[in-house]
Design a protein around this ligand. Structure first.
Ligand code: BJW
Length: 255
């Protein structure tokens, strides 16, 4: 039984500016392993430093490329779930709405969300490890990873690894959206990886109501105004329905 406090529904039905930050939990219900779950099975003997840092890639580019190829194959077979769809529907409900994601799977875009702020890149894109330029195609040969057609450097996925800067424009846009919203929703993220984890704190400091949706407690739970425990794929559609009904009632009442 999903319980969403009435006061939260009222606050959301009144809100004009809403910002959402998503993490791996929202895509878990589509079958995309979370970053930590992706280090299981064959990959369990490698740590995040070996698989998700520039140093790890430089020391074993083939291993890292193959890990990403394995994840790309999983992602190519999954579909957005009702949580993604509900977040796309929220675009209609609020005059100003920003959707920020730490996920690299592009499932928000596939479910119809527009202007998604991708903080950690996109696993479907590649860039040159040497020049940092996005590369869409390259001559096919047996090289693993493939080589950059411009400079022959290794190609790598266009994602943000530990110790790397986030895309500046995306981070600036996310910070502004966090600091100017009335309600900030943090969905399916462990709230442990910075700077993304600091966005909720920035929103709180600027006076926003903080809502967390997660299966478990996180470091954000203490400061959140509302902590909804459950699956994003169930809670988000329930929220959208409840906000929609309350807005419709208000409209009828004022006529
Ligand atoms: C459900 C659910 C369901 C499940 N429904 N819920 C400040 C303090 C401490 C450390 C730092 C700091 N500032 C920077 C750092 C260092 C570091 C960092 O944060 N480390 C921490 C781990 C301690 N940050 C960085 O290195 C960042 N770069 C940086 O700061 O650069 C500075 C710099 C300045 C100048 C020059 C150069 C550099 C970069 C961080 C990049 C993170 N990249 C990754 C990999 C992306 C590519 C890939 O996917 O391969 O991003 S790491 C990984 O973590 C991935 C994720 O996007 C990110 C966040 O994970 P997320 O989404 O929270 O997932 P999980 O798995 O952790 O949690 C899932 C949650 O869902 C759980 O809570 C579940 O309960 C829940 N859940 N099912 C609802 N159905």
């Amino acid at each position: 039984m999903l319980t969403i406090p009435d006061s939260l529904i009222t606050r959301l039905a009144e809100a004009k500016t809403v910002t959402v930050l998503t993490g791996a939990g929202i895509s878990a219900e589509s079958g995309v392993p979370t970053f930590r779950d992706a280090q299981s099975g064959l990959w369990a003997r490698y740590d995040p430093h070996q698989l998700a840092t520039a140093e790890g890639f430089a020391s074993n580019p083939k291993l890292v490329w193959e890990w990403y190829e394995w994840r790309r194959q999983i992602i190519s077979k999954v579909r957005p779930n009702p949580g993604h769809v509900a977040l796309a529907e929220m675009e209609r409900l609020f005059p100003k709405y920003s959707l920020i994601t730490q996920n690299v799977d592009a499932l928000h875009e596939r479910s119809g969300s527009k202007d998604v702020i991708e903080l950690h890149g996109n696993i479907h894109r590649n860039k040159c490890f040497v020049e940092g330029i996005v590369i869409d195609s390259w001559p096919s040969d047996d090289s693993v990873p493939p080589r950059c057609p411009r400079c022959s450097g290794w190609l790598r996925p266009d994602v943000v690894w530990f110790g790397e800067s986030l895309p500046l424009a995306a981070l600036a846009h996310a910070e502004l959206s966090a600091m100017t919203c009335e309600v900030f929703l943090s969905v399916g993220t462990s709230s442990q990886v910075h700077p993304a984890a600091g966005l909720a704190d920035a929103a709180k400091a600027a006076g926003a109501v903080i809502v967390e949706i997660n299966l478990e407690k996180t470091p954000l739970t203490k400061t959140a105004d509302y902590s909804l425990r459950g699956k994003a794929g169930e809670l988000l559609p329930a929220l959208v329905t409840a906000i929609g009904s309350q807005s419709a009632e208000r409209k009828t009442g004022s006529e």
